[in-house]
Design a protein around this ligand. Structure first.
Ligand SMILES: Cc1ncc(COP(=O)(O)O)c(C=O)c1O
Length: 456
């Protein structure tokens, strides 16, 4: 189904997409942004076709939603079956069993050797809103700590928890009260004078003094952490840092919430990325790839915490819709059947091998990093100054898109290209997509007068 993408440059948008984009600009606000200037016609596995007949290898997966692939057969069949039975009754009116079955399965898969309960919501932000409500109710404490660079959503509370100003928070204040940001490790940009161990120890010390200077520990309901920061450019924290924060939480009676919305469901080679670390989160928020594109999210956690709130205090009209639950159950089955976690590790190894060679070849690559199939390249103007190369990054994305591959932008400084391809991508599609990415980086590096080491 693929063509030799690298050799074929397409002008985007094509004529049909152009017409739709014009209509879009008349009716949809620009604040609702888009990554590639075209409109989809169909999607299957790791491939997309747009309304003008252009094909794309999907390295974005709807920003981490499509780990199991577009239109997975078992998901599609489950949805058809569900639509024929009933679409929505409201779990808070007349309940339905797919909710129960999906909750049971997630509780069994989630890390933590304790009894768990699960509730469902609609979006990632809503899952986090609810996790924080649960934490506050259970601890009777008002404050929450998140991390610099973290992203948790666009509602008032989740925007307040988010640790990046533009575009998420700028001129949207005042923010929710009692939200504090602690420093998150960013190894590539640590002080050069410190070793990694010293840096992580320093950040943990900072976290201790944070409870003296910023907010008293006995007023903090929860610390919320992404196991790998997603929007900030796939920043993988050191194990000692994650475990250190967890230990601090335990010592102060603070709940530890893992935001697995981008990292979950096989992306890092495990169902939950926190399984890479020796911690048992009290609460876990999930969404995105849990249901292959159906809008559903969840909070999984210690039974006694999810039982802290009273009847009607949590929930909502569409929360845990039957279609979302059926899709989610089909995703879990398909993940097992297709060995998705193993596949993610294989994909991650292939990508990192290519990234190493890219880094040898292109001086504009300051860092490459990843965990499982959550891999990213960080672009810099100079390896010495590490000045973020925002324009180069944007050009690489555009160049790759015009040659039929859709990677994603990320990064605190908007200078990271991250890959969130469906994990059912074939080896051939993966290598072809990476060929295009290499070609795109080369073209852009030359355009910007940067060094390309031909014999690397
Ligand atoms: C780690 C993380 N948390 C929360 C969210 C917010 O999810 P949603 O956009 O569904 O509200 C996202 C979305 O990208 C995310 O990556």
């Amino acid at each position: 189904m693929t063509n030799k993408f690298a050799n074929v440059q397409t002008i985007l948008p094509g004529p049909k997409a152009k017409e739709l984009i014009d209509r879009r600009h008349n009716i949809v606000p620009d604040a609702v942004s888009y990554g590639v200037p075209t409109f989809v016609e169909s999607a299957k596995g790791a491939l997309l076709r747009d309304v003008d007949g252009n094909q794309f290898i999907d390295f974005a997966g709807a920003i981490g939603v499509i780990n199991i692939g577009h239109c997975d057969e078992s998901v599609v069949n489950a949805l058809h079956d569900q639509v024929d039975k009933y679409i929505h009754t409201g779990f808070n009116v007349m309940m339905y069993d797919p909710y129960i079955e999906f909750a049971e399965k997630l509780a069994a898969l989630a890390p933590g050797s304790f009894d768990k309960k699960v509730m469902f919501l609609n979006s990632g932000a809503e899952a986090i809103e609810n996790a924080i409500k649960i934490a506050k109710k259970a601890t009777n404490r008002p404050a929450v700590v998140s991390f610099t660079g973290g992203f948790h959503g666009r509602t008032l509370l989740t925007m307040s928890l988010t640790g990046k100003i533009k575009p998420y928070k700028y001129e949207f204040g005042p923010f929710a009260p009692e939200v504090y940001h602690a420093p998150y490790p960013y190894e590539y940009r640590k002080p050069a004078s410190m070793t990694c161990d010293e840096y992580n120890a320093y950040l943990l010390e900072q976290m201790e003094s944070f409870f003296i200077t910023e907010v008293p520990a006995d007023q903090v309901a929860a610390v919320i952490m992404e196991p790998v920061q997603g929007e900030s450019g796939f920043i993988v924290p050191d194990q000692t840092f994650v475990e250190g924060v967890y230990e601090i939480c335990k010592r102060h009676g603070i709940l530890f919430i893992a935001d697995e919305i981008q990292t979950g469901f096989g992306r890092t080679g495990k169902y939950f990325a926190m399984e890479h670390f020796n911690v048992e989160p009290d609460l876990i928020t999930v969404s995105k790839s849990m249901a292959a594109g159906l809008p559903i999210s969840g909070v999984i956690g210690r039974q006694e915490l999810l039982d802290a709130a009273g009847g009607g205090e949590l929930g909502g009209t569409y929360c845990g819709s039957p279609l979302g639950c059926r899709a989610g159950l089909a995703v879990l089955e398909a993940m097992e059947e297709k060995n998705i976690n193993e596949r993610a590790i294989h994909i991650g190894e292939q990508v990192m091998k290519r990234f190493r060679s890219f880094a040898d070849k292109f001086d504009v690559i300051g860092d490459y990093r990843g965990l499982g199939a959550m891999c990213a390249l960080e672009f810099v103007e100079s390896r010495t100054t590490k000045e973020p190369a925002k324009e180069i990054t944007a050009d690489v994305l555009k160049e790759a898109q015009s040659r039929g591959v859709l990677p994603l932008k990320a990064g605190v400084y908007d200078n990271v290209v991250r890959l969130l391809m469906p994990l059912v991508i074939t080896d051939e599609q993966l290598q072809e997509g990476l060929d295009v990415l290499e070609y795109a980086i080369e073209a852009v590096a030359i355009k910007h007068g940067k060094t390309v080491n031909e014999h690397a």
